[in-house]
Design a protein. Structure first.
Length: 87
């Protein structure tokens, strides 16, 4: 897999294992638009129960980057009272 252009300065996804008996699931949701994962993200994301991304393209990139937990494509919600193209 290609090397990332930069090291992620923030612990996102969190570096600590989040699975605990008190949680039924730990879901990672990201809008991170990229053509490759930053180093180490696949390790942290694979600690999640599943990962949600915003597009089929991102799902492909995350899978190619080593994410093996179940992934879902979940679109962005829109508040039509704030962003309504008809008004």
């Amino acid at each position: 897999s290609p090397e990332p252009f930069y090291e992620s300065p923030h612990p996102c996804p969190p570096p600590l294992p989040l699975l605990s008996p008190r949680y039924r699931a730990v879901i990672g949701r990201t809008m991170f638009e990229t053509d490759r994962l930053p180093r180490g993200w696949e390790i942290r994301l694979n600690r999640m129960t599943e990962v949600w991304v915003t597009s089929a393209f991102q799902k492909k990139i995350f899978e190619e980057g080593g994410v093996t937990v179940p992934m879902r494509v979940v679109g962005q919600g829109i508040d039509v009272d704030v962003c309504n193209p008809l008004t």
